[in-house]
Design a protein around this ligand. Structure first.
Ligand SMILES: Nc1ncnc2c1ncn2[C@@H]1O[C@H](COP(=O)(O)OP(=O)(O)OP(=O)(O)O)[C@@H](O)[C@H]1O
Ligand SMILES: [Mg+2]
Ligand SMILES: [Zn+2]
Length: 291
């Protein structure tokens, strides 16, 4: 095998990527080097990269990511959203570009454009039907993230928001290790942020050497449609108190959007409660990351 050179031989070589074949090993190393260079070049045009994390699933990470993206874009920032939830991609749906396929030209993949010029990149926009389950395994998931960073034409951005799979386990961690981050935004509901969650997220931030920008409390209260009175089913300052104990600042809170439950935050005629509240959260994020 070492005698053979050229693409075809290496691509079909059973030892590709292992130390058994020097030619293949060198080729794989070279490909990885080239990819690293492309990633570095792409990322150098993006001012801030922020990952949205949570201790648990289903707390509203994706919804809040979409809301923050919209709020930042409306303020005039150039925003890209990287849907890093490979097995449960939600961003195209939330940003109303579901079913649209990403194009490509000689310079790479072209992100989908949502309202206010938000660039969206998601596996949902690569596969043919959003109902087909994505069953890629671990290494393939990080390799797709690498490709999203290396081979997508992100262009110049002020913010790249990264929507992650739930939790603080191996998968979100390995994705975050692939992407050099400037900050983490924690999303939690009042009912389920635990001391354990907070310490896991703090450990994660330490491991990534990344600043925690603050915490967003989602589904914090219900506003009475008649008199506007706020009802806090889990207590008023539960999340803030716990975060404060660990020295994490609050970025703001979002009520329960009873009307549309957080889906269709864009397509509803009235601005959703989520958007109304992410405006202030977006301002706090800018302040926190620039301060
Ligand atoms: N403020 C809100 N008011 C009402 N419903 C909400 C709110 N935020 C999120 N939801 C709803 O809660 C569900 C979970 O939200 P979402 O998918 O954003 O959470 P997630 O943390 O990204 O979940 P996962 O961990 O599975 O990625 C969705 O049905 C969403 O529409
Ligand atoms: Mg999600
Ligand atoms: Zn009332």
């Amino acid at each position: 095998m070492a005698e053979t050179s050229g693409k075809t031989a290496c691509d079909t070589c059973a030892s590709k990527g292992s130390d058994a074949c020097d030619t293949c090993k060198d080729k794989v190393n070279l490909e990885q080097q080239e990819q690293k260079i492309r990633i570095a070049k792409n990322l150098s045009a993006i001012k801030y990269r922020i990952a949205i994390v949570s201790g648990k699933g289903g707390v509203g990470k994706s919804t809040v990511t979409a809301g923050i993206a919209l709020s930042l874009a409306k303020k005039g920032y150039r925003v890209g959203v990287l849907d890093a939830d490979i097995s449960g991609p939600n961003m195209p749906h939330l940003l109303n570009v579901e079913g649209i396929r990403m194009g490509a030209d000689v310079n790479g993949l072209i992100p989908i454009e949502a309202v206010h010029g938000i660039k969206v990149v998601s596996v949902e926009s690569l596969i043919s039907s959003s109902d087909s389950p994505v069953i890629w395994r671990g290494p393939m998931r990080s390799s797709i993230i690498n490709q999203f960073l290396a081979d997508v034409q992100w262009g110049e951005l002020d913010f790249m928001l990264i929507d992650l799979p739930p939790g603080t386990g191996d998968e979100p961690l390995s994705i975050m290790q692939t992407i050099p981050l400037n900050g983490l935004v924690i999303v939690s509901t009042s009912s389920n942020l635990s001391v354990l969650d907070v310490s896991k997220i703090i450990n994660m931030a330490k491991m990534l050497e990344t600043k925690i920008l603050g915490i967003v409390e989602n589904m914090a209260y219900i506003e009475c449609p008649d008199c506007g009175k706020r009802i806090y089913p889990f207590g008023e300052d539960t999340v803030k108190d716990l975060a404060g104990k660990y020295g994490i600042g609050s970025l703001g809170s979002i009520p329960m959007d009873v009307k549309n439950r957080g889906t269709d935050i864009l397509t509803n005629e009235e601005p959703s409660l989520i958007i109304k509240n992410t405006n202030e959260i977006a301002e706090n994020i800018v302040r926190s990351i620039e301060g």
